[in-house]
Design a protein around this ligand. Sequence first.
Ligand code: MN3
Length: 213
Amino acid sequence: MSFELPKLPYDYDALEPAIDARTMEIHHTKHHQGYTTKLNDAIAGTPLADQSIEEILAALKGLPADQQGAVRNNGGGFYNHSLFWRCLAPEGDNAPSEGLSQAITAAFGDFDTFKEQFAAKAAGQFGSGWAWLVADKSGALSVQSTPNQDNPLMDLVSESGTPILGLDVWEHAYYLNYQNRRPDYVKAFWSIVNWEQVEKNLEAAKEGRSLLC
Ligand code: MN3
């Protein structure tokens, strides 16, 4: 089996002005496609070719040294972007539902405090990486960040849990529109979060299901 670049559930210009069409097109057709192709190259002809992406990410430690780096970087890149696209939607009246709001309030006190803590993780990630809203098996939420294409599903990172919302803070995700102004990109991100999908992700995480199905 090989992995395929997922189609976006909206047009490249659908997230403007928060994320411009050119950035979306390059990000999807070049960056995400690149991770997908390189992941397939790295697992071809190995036992990993029969595993799900979640199984692959949860068992990186045991891989041979000459395979581990490529699978970590490209498997992470494949997964992280697949999740990221699904967590975005065109600007609208979208807000967290009651169930998700309760989980956010339980973890952070209130919605604004959650946004501040998430934004701080996104701004504070030195260099390239991701900010995450993460659920543990009970559904309890936390915010985390990881470098490069790592994520909390990986057995090689110190964070653990299931990321249910992610924000790509690599410069390729925002530089055309925002240059060095990462905090402005993070602020704009809130206008295009697909909270309905995030709630579905939380339910899937609690039930141990794949978030990408
Ligand atoms: Mn990216």
